[in-house]
Design a protein around this ligand. Structure first.
Ligand SMILES: [Mn+2]
Length: 318
């Protein structure tokens, strides 16, 4: 931390990077840090390769450049929420000619950069940005607090993913709230702008949801015909998963989606600690995390893939 503070004091210009396919924590960390540095008189430039697909970050897209072509020779690079240099999407654009600070909370990855503040126990990268601001003896403005809170809320699923080790996240949330962030406003910024067509797709998915294997497995599906009437960007499968997993007795929820005429994709979710969906998906040529994974099937259709899933999980959910 001390070395990072020295680096911030020493330089006047900062080039700030996050990861590809950014989320609320990545953008909240990048922007929150940039606005804080501006607050203390530093110049900042923000970079991202996108895509800015998530609702909660779309509004910030125009603040980020897609290519790295700095005019200044002076300055330092800061990389946030990123476990490998490659994940920035800029590793071949000469970012390594500047001294590099890495601020991250991923538990795996590679050791890169000159000064590293990496704490896997932090629930969001924005918590580390808050630590840095406080360690410098400063306070976040209301705008910075809102950006940091966005990261904290989205990476913790609005605090749902926290367990008994989650106290520091609540402490950070209390501080950010006192600095002017409204959890209610952030909740509706993230979840309050769904399109009417999205409700149609959600209701269709719930209507089709069927339980198998004594109710332990629940599967829903989407067909190519669905997308003839409703555009794909209206899809909100995360909302569907929440409801499927809320059903009593369900251990695994699956969504089967006909992506194009020769490809079906499957998403898997669980809330059970003793199920490893990453390995379950790997057996079918896919992968992922313990609680969220997926795989693809070529030259198939939703009906056949539902059968395949029931068969596969009949051996796992015993
Ligand atoms: Mn994160």
């Amino acid at each position: 931390m001390e070395k990072i503070i020295q680096a911030i004091k020493k330089h006047s210009t900062f080039y700030i990077f996050g990861h590809i396919d950014p989320d609320g924590d990545c953008i909240g960390s990048q922007l929150g840090l940039a606005r804080f540095l501006n607050q203390i008189g530093k110049k900042t430039y923000l970079y991202s390769k996108g895509k800015f697909e998530r609702q909660e970050i779309k509004q910030f897209q125009n603040r980020f450049a897609e290519t790295f072509a700095p005019a200044d020779k002076e300055g330092a690079v800061i990389i946030v929420d990123c476990s490998t240099a490659e994940r920035t999407g800029f590793e071949n654009e000469g970012i390594d000619r500047f001294p590099t600070v890495v601020i991250d909370h991923h538990s795996s990855g590679e050791v890169f950069g000159d000064f590293r503040l990496v704490k896997p126990q932090a629930s969001a990268c924005t918590m580390l940005i808050l630590d840095l601001i406080e360690a410098m003896g400063e306070k976040p403005s209301k705008e910075v607090a809102e950006l940091l809170m966005l990261g904290l809320c989205t990476d913790t699923g609005f605090f749902k993913h926290l367990t008994e080790t989650g106290a520091p996240a609540f402490e950070a949330a209390a501080k950010l709230t006192s600095y002017g962030a409204s959890p209610n406003k952030i909740y509706f910024d993230v979840n309050g702008n769904k399109k009417a067509a999205t409700l149609k797709l959600i209701s269709q998915a719930l209507e089709r949801a069927t339980q198998y294997l004594d109710g332990k497995l629940i599967i829903t599906y989407e067909t190519l015909e669905d997308y003839e009437t409703i555009p794909r960007e209206c899809r909100d499968i995360d909302t569907v998963y929440l409801l499927l997993l809320a059903t009593g007795g369900v251990q695994v929820a699956a969504s089967v989606k006909e992506d194009d005429p020769d490809k079906v994709t499957v998403g898997l979710r669980t809330r059970c600690e003793n199920i490893d969906l990453g390995s379950a998906a790997a057996l079918l040529g896919g992968g992922g995390h313990k609680k969220a994974a997926g795989f693809k099937v070529m030259n198939s259709n939703a009906e056949a893939v539902v059968k395949l899933l029931v068969e596969h999980f009949s051996k796992i959910l015993v």
